[in-house]
Structures are given as structure tokens and as C-alpha cells.
Design a protein around this ligand. Structure first.
Ligand SMILES: Nc1nc2c(ncn2[C@@H]2O[C@H](COP(=O)(O)OP(=O)(O)OP(=O)(O)O)[C@@H](O)[C@H]2O)c(=O)[nH]1
Ligand SMILES: [Mg+2]
Length: 324
């Protein structure tokens, strides 16, 4: 199911806003990234640009529920929305995939919303590649807004900083969360802060974030991140949060910072593409599995402390071969 003809007919249906065709193209590009150029070729005349939002925060703070509530609000504004939900599917939160489906069923059947969950496990670094490619498909499909949900631990939140234009950091009542986020260095990346589960308190957290922001001396281009409080189950406070999103979008547009954000997004992607190509050349043409295991044998024989030198030598030889 990937012959040229199949792709062409999928694209035809995609262009007629067939959600099933969108879903299939996503699956195709997810599993066979090498098809991306052929697929994207069909959209060369498409100029639609979406505003890309990243929602991040610790597990269970309500990111998916909040995404659902934001979608509802945006649908009232007649927006078309694509969601990419990166689920950790950790052994501890097993079944998160289905859980997200359930929490988002509210909006997922609406013709102007499309939701894709990606299991973060098993991607081995290719996750942001998939997130990027899917967001390209969403833009080609005509989405006005793209929401990327990631758990704010590990590598993923660094990726989101490079991939999205407006970052929402979600926190919940209880100081532990703020401290954990501070440790992980995530707390600083927010353009907007939201204290969710306000039905459980949270005033103190909002104050703490405001104080933290007051201590920061530099705000990017004069933007001081606003702090909202929501109950994403009832939708309370979501109007304010969505207003903050639009304010930030306007700020980026008027200050032309959006150009920087976009430049950063594509630079990031280009670096990724290039380094994977270089890696591929190295592995396929110069240093395959066989050569690497020979090198390992040599290391065992000659002493493990020579490992770095040996690798450097092999690398230099490889470079010479490539450049020849
Ligand atoms: N009391 C209360 N519970 C909430 C609120 N928002 C979400 N929840 C509940 O919090 C739990 C986790 O919500 P999710 O939306 O799955 O949280 P998440 O951050 O997406 O979780 P992961 O994707 O697993 O990290 C669910 O049981 C929600 O019903 C809220 O505003 N108040
Ligand atoms: Mg979730």
C-alpha cells in the first residue's frame, strides 16, 4: 500500500478533506519516512500556515483534558485543529493511548478536529521527526491551529520548544510539581502558564509562578507570560487561556518574532535531516555492523582505554573515504 498510484489517490481524497485519507497518510509517513518527499511534493503550492502550540507538563496534570477544552473553544471560533498527542505509554501509565481517546472523544468526531496519538516508546529519537511531518500534513490539510501535547520530562519538551511557537506549561495545585518542573528546566520555557485543576486549589501556585516571572529579568521581545487558572473538566477559565494564546500569537506576529520561531523550527528539522543522512552514509558506506564489531574486538585486545583514540582514527579514515 505505497505504490505511486495509491499515494496519488490518497492525496486526491486528502485534498477533498477526507479524514480517513489524512489518517492513512499520517500512518504512511510515520512508518515510512522515506515517502515524505514524494508526499510533500503534492503540496508545493499549498501556503497554509498553522499556529503551532505546545502543551507540556508532568504526567496527569490534565493536558489531554485541557486540549479537549481548548479545542471546544476554538471550534466555536470556527477554527480547524490538528492535535498530536505524544503519550509516554510508560509501564506506569499503561493504556494512556486509550485513555486519551476517551478524554478527547468530546471533540474527536467533529469534522474540524483531527487527533493523532503517538506512543513515545519505540521511536528512538525519531519522535520529533514524526511530530514535524504530521504537523506538515496538518498544515497541508488546512488546519489553523496545531496542538502538540507532550509530557514535560526527558527529551520531548526540548523538542517541543523547537517545534512550536506558543508553549503552554501546565501545572497543578501542590508545590511538588513546580519544584519538579524547575529541576527539569521546563518551568522557564513557558510563553503561557496554566494552573489546571483549580477546583483543587492552586492560587498559591499561580502566585509562585507570578513571583518567579517577576524575578526573571528578560522577557523575549517584551512578552511577559500570563498565568491562567482552569478547570478543564468544566471548561472554567478556558476562555482566558485561549485569549492568552491569541495574544501571544498576535505578539509574535506584530513583533515579527514569529519569523525567528519559524526559522528555528526549520533549522532544527534541517539539522536533524542532515545528521540522519550523515549517520546513514557512515553506517552504510563506511562503518557497518561488521566493522564496528571488528573495532570492538580490537578494543578488547588492545585495551579499552584506547577506545577513544581508535574511534577517532576510524572516523578520520571514514571522512577521508567520504571526501575522496
Ligand atoms: N479535578 C480535576 N481533575 C482534572 C482536571 N483536568 C483533568 N483532570 C483529571 O486528571 C486526570 C488526568 O487528566 P489527563 O487529561 O489525562 O492528563 P494528562 O496530563 O493528559 O495525562 P498524561 O497524558 O498521562 O500525562 C483525569 O482523571 C482527568 O479527568 C481538572 O481541572 N480538575
Ligand atoms: Mg495526555
Amino acid at each position: 500500500m505505497s505504490s505511486r498510484h495509491d499515494i496519488d489517490s490518497l492525496i486526491d481524497r486528502f485534498k477533498k478533506h477526507d479524514k480517513i485519507a489524512l489518517a492513512r497518510l499520517i500512518t504512511l509517513i510515520e512508518n515510512q519516512p522515506e515517502l515524505a518527499p514524494e508526499i510533500f511534493k503534492h503540496f508545493e503550492n499549498n501556503t497554509n500556515e498553522a499556529h503551532i502550540i505546545g502543551i507540556t507538563g508532568s504526567p496527569g496534570v490534565g493536558k489531554s483534558t485541557l486540549t479537549n477544552a481548548i479545542c471546544k473553544k476554538l471550534l466555536e471560533e470556527n477554527k480547524k485543529i490538528g492535535v498530536i498527542s505524544v503519550d509516554p505509554t510508560s509501564p506506569f501509565s499503561g493504556g494512556a493511548f486509550l485513555g486519551d481517546r476517551v478524554r478527547m472523544t468530546d471533540v474527536s468526531l467533529h469534522p474540524n478536529v483531527f487527533i493523532r496519538s503517538l506512543a513515545s516508546r519505540g521511536y528512538h529519537g525519531g519522535l520529533s521527526r514524526a511530530v514535524f511531518d504530521i504537523s506538515m500534513l496538518y498544515e497541508a490539510y488546512g488546519m489553523d491551529i496545531i496542538i502538540i501535547e507532550t509530557v514535560g520530562v526527558g527529551q520531548a519538551e526540548l523538542d517541543i520548544y523547537n517545534l512550536a511557537y506558543t508553549i503552554i506549561v501546565v501545572l497543578v495545585p501542590g508545590y511538588g510539581d513546580v519544584i519538579q518542573m524547575q529541576k527539569a528546566g521546563i518551568i522557564e520555557i513557558g510563553d503561557i502558564y496554566d494552573v489546571n485543576k483549580k477546583d483543587l486549589g492552586g492560587e498559591d501556585i499561580a502566585v509562585q509562578i507570578e513571583m518567579m516571572l517577576d524575578d526573571s529579568t528578560t522577557f523575549q521581545g517584551g512578552w511577559r507570560p500570563p498565568v491562567s487558572m482552569t478547570n478543564s473538566i468544566t471548561g472554567e477559565g478556558v476562555i482566558e487561556l485561549v485569549q492568552n494564546i491569541w495574544d501571544h500569537e498576535e505578539h509574535l506576529r506584530l513583533s515579527e518574532l514569529i519569523k525567528e520561531k519559524k526559522k528555528n523550527r526549520y533549522s532544527y528539522k534541517i539539522r536533524q535531516l542532515l545528521s540522519s543522512k550523515i549517520e546513514q552514509i557512515l553506517i552504510e558506506k563506511v562503518l557497518g555492523k561488521e566493522e564496528i564489531s571488528q573495532l570492538a574486538m580490537k578494543t578488547l585486545e588492545n585495551g579499552k582505554f584506547k577506545l577513544y583514540d581508535e574511534v577517532q582514527k576510524v572516523f578520520e579514515d571514514a571522512l577521508k573515504k567520504i571526501l575522496k
